[in-house]
Design a protein around this ligand. Structure first.
Ligand code: AMP
Length: 311
């Protein structure tokens, strides 16, 4: 596995591989998995998918300060570079890109990318500037890596929607691949932030998925009223004392516009909930006549069986 810490190094590896393999004409396909490190099984599931579908895989590890609206959240974000590199080596990754903050944002930096519309609700409303940071860093990373396909987790459903819009609007000429949410055996969506939960909060955090499942059950039972579905989720969250709701949303899965009145399916049920200062997000896609599509909680090493990505 090659390791690049500068833009030039990453570019050199990316392009010298094409020369080395003599694949200049038709080109090698490159799968790209952008991450903020502190890797867990869900990140590795994206890496495996990228490896299945491409000749080469590049993973970036960059805790992007521009997408954090709270500096304390940026500072306490967990990091373990050595372990991450060892996991990526074992997964057969070809290139790990670990730029320093100044490499991506030198003092002279003055360009930002704003995706409008789809970035404005949910996470965008709760975390001002978040998607500007995401879109800006992805634009830069896409230019450096020039991937054929880029892999994202459905756990961050709005990030997938914003990225699709960005790629389409600015004609990046790459395919955005959304991968299912991986969950712990009790249903909690895997997240680098989970390690910051106290033992008691970790026990209570399972309520996120249970609340989303309750909405799915209500839909399966014929409920279609947007307010009542949001209320169903809220009631579940309220059963655990430590949870503090940031938002609960029922939105169109493509535009992410909040739904009112009678809901047309599919719909995206999503939420953000604080436990202490740890903010967790989760979502499921509510579909007609079936199980919710939010990934199956059947353990760290098992792929969910139900999958359908929001496009
Ligand atoms: P992060 O390091 O949190 O920025 O995540 C990097 C990528 O992994 C993003 O595309 C996330 O959506 C994805 N990811 C994180 N957690 C999960 C999960 N539990 N299931 C599926 N994808 C995930």
């Amino acid at each position: 596995m090659k390791i690049a810490r500068t833009v030039d190094q990453a570019r050199r590896v990316r392009h010298s591989e094409d020369h080395r393999t003599g694949r200049l004409a038709e080109g090698l396909s490159w799968g790209f998995v952008p991450t903020m490190g502190f890797l867990h099984e869900a990140h590795l599931s994206l890496v495996r998918r990228a490896a299945e579908e491409n000749d080469r895989v590049v993973v970036s590890l960059f805790v992007n300060p521009m997408q954090f609206n709270e500096s304390s959240d940026f500072e306490t974000y967990p990091r373990d570079e050595e372990k991450d590199l060892s996991l990526l080596r074992d997964a057969g990754v070809d290139l790990a890109f670990l730029p320093a903050v100044e490499e991506i944002y030198p003092p002279s930096f003055q360009t930002h990318v704003d995706v409008e519309g789809v970035s404005e609700g949910l996470e965008g409303a709760a975390r001002p500037g978040h998607f500007r940071g995401v879109a800006t860093v992805l634009t830069k990373l896409f230019h450096i890596v020039a991937p054929t396909r880029a892999y994202f987790g459905q756990k961050d459903a709005q990030q997938v929607a914003v990225t699709r819009q960005l790629v389409e609007d600015l004609a990046f000429g790459l395919e955005v691949v959304a991968c299912p949410t991986l969950r712990e055996s009790d249903g909690l969506a895997m997240s680098s932030r989970n390690v910051r939960l106290t033992a008691e909060d970790r026990r209570q955090a399972v309520v996120l998925y249970q609340a989303l499942e309750a909405a799915a059950e209500a839909v399966a039972g014929g409920e279609r009223d947007a307010d009542r579905l949001r209320q169903r989720i809220e009631e579940h969250i309220a059963t655990v004392p430590r949870a503090r709701v940031d938002y609960i949303s029922l939105a169109d899965p493509r535009s992410l516009q909040e739904l009112q009145g009678r809901v047309d399916l599919p719909a995206l049920a999503s939420l953000a909930v604080f436990f202490g200062d740890v903010r967790l997000i989760d979502n499921v896609e509510l579909i007609d006549g079936g199980e919710p599509d939010g990934g199956e909680p059947d353990g760290a090493h098992t792929e969910p069986t139900v999958r359908r990505s929001v496009t």
